[in-house]
Design a binder for this molecule. Structure first.
Ligand SMILES: [Zn+2]
Length: 373
């Protein structure tokens, strides 16, 4: 018979069930697997995979089930999982401080990159990023960008904003990689190096490297460009062909792109420029949607634990070593797969990790179609 825990604590907003139970287990000196056993049941009788039972968690903690459901996404009925990240992340340390019992792991909204209240970078989920999230007191523009990002989501909706920021990160990483000549030497791109030096100080290149911090360096401009890409007016302009002598629309678009980055009269001639690649391949398409959602990713094992891929950790260490040598953050971003983004290889000039991934996806697809036949 289940009884109430002697010591209880409320869940944090967006917290995962696992994180909440681990804190309760610590506070009460119980093993986490034991606690998980109490509040879960087999999904199918006779199978090892277990699922949470909301009313049992309510009995155990003394909090009403509907209140738990407001905080814990996994208990919320009819939740659109596409609007939340697919991997739990460390909460901002200040937000977590009022929740006792250990680390708080949260599922953030797609557009949540920084805690504006306390000034911490949250970033996209990244195996390289531990609980010590970087504080942004030297980079207030990143916090202002989060506010603009929130506004973009309100104006255009979460999915078009997601499409915009993913492509903006790709385009700007391409620009950063190209260096000053891409932007006539006048752009903001040196700011990206300056921010990077704050986020990953040179002396700690390998230890503090994370793709998440590299994204932080370009985040303010990425939000600016995301709002351009999400605008139906500019999207339509971009669909006009490159080099069409009859219309100036494509040039209007690149000029506006440059203007928003602080570059006047921006007309890149190279058809392989990331701005043209976006216009040629993506401007006419509907917005990309998150490729993976948390319930798929979780691959529920018997205790509801999400597995961290050994391969992902190894590849993070490799990236950190490469980064520490020359600090080419733009390269690191070009070959990084932002969480939840579908495979986009439009901006790749040589097959990277995506070539293998694409082959795997193609193999999976043909395997499934064979099964269906
Ligand atoms: Zn916070």
């Amino acid at each position: 018979m289940l009884r109430r825990l002697p010591i209880t604590a409320p869940p944090a907003t967006g917290e995962t069930i696992k994180s909440f139970l681990q804190r309760l287990a610590t506070l009460n000196g119980i093993d986490y697997p034991e606690l998980w056993g109490w509040v879960s049941e087999p999904e199918t009788i006779g199978k090892a995979r277990r699922i949470i039972v909301g009313p049992r968690l309510a009995d155990l903690t003394g909090y009403p089930a509907d209140r738990l459901g407001q905080a814990l996404p996994e208990l919320r009925k009819g939740l659109d999982w596409q609007l939340l990240r697919d991997v739990p992340q460390h909460s901002c340390p200040k937000c977590a401080a009022r929740h006792p019992g250990g680390q708080v792991m949260r599922l953030f909204a797609l557009h949540h990159y920084a805690c504006r209240r306390h000034g911490y970078w949250i970033g996209p989920p990244d195996v390289g990023e531990g609980p010590c999230l970087p504080h942004l007191h030297e980079l207030p523009e990143i916090l202002q960008a989060q506010r603009r990002h929130n506004r973009l989501v309100r104006e255009r909706g979460p999915i078009p904003a997601f499409d915009g920021i993913i492509h903006a990160f790709r385009i700007l990483a391409g620009l950063w990689r190209g260096g000053p000549e891409e932007t006539y030497g006048t752009s903001q791109w040196w700011q990206w190096d300056r921010r990077l030096d704050v986020l990953i100080p040179k002396q700690q290149s390998a230890a503090l490297f994370s793709h998440s911090r590299c994204y932080a360096a370009i985040y303010p401009e990425a939000v600016t460009i995301a709002s351009l890409l999400a605008s139906p007016f500019w999207r339509t302009k971009a669909t006009f062909p490159f080099g069409d002598p009859d219309t100036d629309d494509r040039w209007d678009f690149t000029e506006e792109f440059g203007r928003r980055l602080g570059i006047e009269e921006y007309y890149p001639e190279n058809p392989q420029h990331p701005v043209h690649l976006w216009a040629d391949h993506h401007a006419t398409l509907p917005p990309i949607r998150p490729a993976k959602v948390f319930p798929d990713r979780r691959r529920l094992s018997s205790d509801g634990t999400a597995k961290t891929d050994r391969r992902a950790i190894d590849s993070h260490h490799k990236s950190a070593v490469i980064f520490a040598k020359r600090r080419y953050a733009a390269n690191a971003l070009t070959y990084h797969h932002h969480t939840m983004a579908p495979v986009i290889d439009t901006y790749m000039d040589r097959p990277g990790p995506y070539a293998r991934q694409r082959m795997r996806l193609a193999a999976d697809a043909s395997h499934h179609s064979e099964m269906e036949e």
